[in-house]
Design a protein around this ligand. Structure first.
Ligand code: LLP
Length: 432
């Protein structure tokens, strides 16, 4: 039940995160509330930084995929712990810069960057822009020229690898909206074009094969495909890439039955393959970057709700309705993603009920989960949904004009607010 490693049951029988009583925190901050174990986040950041520095060529490092949970505090943590920051929009770029992340430590992504995005990225001195295709390269070239800059760029390519993850995050195959495919020959053609652009400094290549990858095998295939491609480019053009970004995608267990991957071990295996392939092609080992998002924050977060009512349909489901839902966690509605849950008030008791956790929106698909194991629920209980640190706050919406919950972080057992709760006035603030 408590497979999230920093969760315990305290002497009062309450669920504790990083030693802090979650029922008390729900009272202090109100619900819904995102709670984040900052110690765990920082430990995960250090783990990736250290593992990559040890395994890969000098200068290799992870970039925090801020889309997983983007706010100033998280960007600042990533910077303090030695990570770069990966952003995919002007909003994420603004947040990272406002958090004090130097432009040079930022990589700007996205498959549909606007001219304004690109101008903003160049003016901010971002270290890298991951270009998504030929048209975009030409646009970056033109705008960099206007700014009097030679912009470092990675070309995003798709290697044609299927990591067998869920469709919404399966990005390595060829027929996707991201990047330029290698197997069709387009990646080589676009690389040649990039090399001819005067305001583009092609640092190397980027690929991201998907999310929720539990072992090193798909990453090893990715390395094989990339080195083979890079060698073909070198033979055709004489160009040697100095940088290779292998994307994000380290899995986290959402349920007890899923294994916790050994990320440092996976990184070592990927590095072993990289050196093997570099030797095979006599290719100078490129500086490696990776972009973990979920792997940094998912397992450090939980969401606390208050149970508003419990309804059983005879012969049907038991609905536990909470004061949040798809507005703060759309993952079940979008991907049928499963999260486990605990009644925080009686966390030590057996989970002998099977329930549907229902959100508050006027929409029957607004569920946080079906067939979820839970203690006997009661109105007024604090209900904790686990492993919500990634892609919850960052995907929250104001549907039904529901204000977004705050985020509180725990460090050494002490709590602080890192994002405040939206007010009703905030929700209507843009209306003219
Ligand atoms: N790099 C790139 C280019 C990406 O597209 C992504 C995720 C990452 C890195 C980070 O992947 P991670 O390490 O977090 O798996 N909303 C979905 C996940 C979408 C992921 C999109 N791209 C969810 O809730 O599962």
């Amino acid at each position: 039940m408590l497979h999230q490693s920093d969760l315990t049951v305290n002497a009062a029988g309450h669920l504790a995160l990083d030693g802090a009583d979650t029922v008390a925190l729900a009272k202090k901050y109100g619900t819904p509330l995102y709670l984040l174990d900052e110690d765990m986040v920082r430990a995960r950041m250090k783990l990736y930084v250290t593992a990559m520095a040890e395994a890969f060529p000098a200068g290799s490092r992870p970039y925090y995929a801020s889309k997983a949970l983007c706010c100033k505090a998280l960007c600042a943590m990533a910077h303090e712990e030695g990570m770069g920051v990966d952003v995919v929009s002007a909003g994420e770029l603004y947040t990272a810069l406002a958090a004090g992340v130097p432009g040079a430590d930022i990589c700007f992504h996205g498959n549909a960057k606007t001219p304004e995005d690109i101008r903003y990225a160049i003016a901010s001195g971002v270290g890298l822009i991951a270009a998504d295709g030929q048209e975009e390269l030409e646009r970056i070239d033109r705008l960099a020229g206007e700014a009097g800059v030679r912009q470092q760029v990675l070309l995003r390519v798709t290697p044609g690898i299927d990591p067998h993850t869920f469709a919404a995050v399966n990005t390595g195959v060829v027929d996707v909206k991201f990047g330029v495919p290698i197997p069709t020959g387009q990646a080589l053609a676009v690389t040649k074009a990039a090399l001819a652009l005067r305001n583009i400094d092609l640092a190397g290549f980027h690929c991201h094969i998907g999310s929720q990858i539990f072992d090193a095998d798909p990453f090893r295939l990715e390395v094989d495909a990339m080195l083979s491609f890079m060698d073909a480019v070198r033979q055709e053009t004489g160009y040697t890439a100095r940088a290779l970004d292998l994307g994000g995608g380290f899995a986290v267990p959402y349920e007890e039955t899923e294994p916790a991957p050994d990320c440092a071990g996976m990184i070592r295996q990927v590095a072993a393959r990289l050196y093997e392939q570099c030797e095979k092609y006599a290719y100078p080992a490129p500086v490696i970057s990776m972009e973990p998002g979920r792997g940094i924050v998912a397992a450090a977060g939980i969401t606390l709700y208050t149970v508003q009512n419990v309804k059983s349909v005879p012969g049907g489901s038991t609905f536990v309705a909470v004061d949040g839902g798809m507005t703060d966690n759309p993952r079940y509605a979008l991907y049928s993603a499963r999260h486990s849950a605990v009644i925080a008030d009686r966390a030590g008791q057996a989970q002998d009920c099977r329930v549907t956790i229902a959100g508050r929106c006027c929409e029957s698909g607004d569920l946080i989960g079906e067939n979820v194991a839970l203690q006997q629920p009661r109105t007024g209980d604090t209900l904790a949904v686990l492993v919500t640190g990634a892609y919850n706050y960052s995907m929250a919406s104001n549907y039904n004009r529901v204000p977004r919950p705050p985020v509180a972080a725990l460090r050494g057992g002490a709590d602080r607010l890192i994002v405040r709760r939206e007010t009703l006035a905030d929700v209507a603030a843009l209306d003219l």
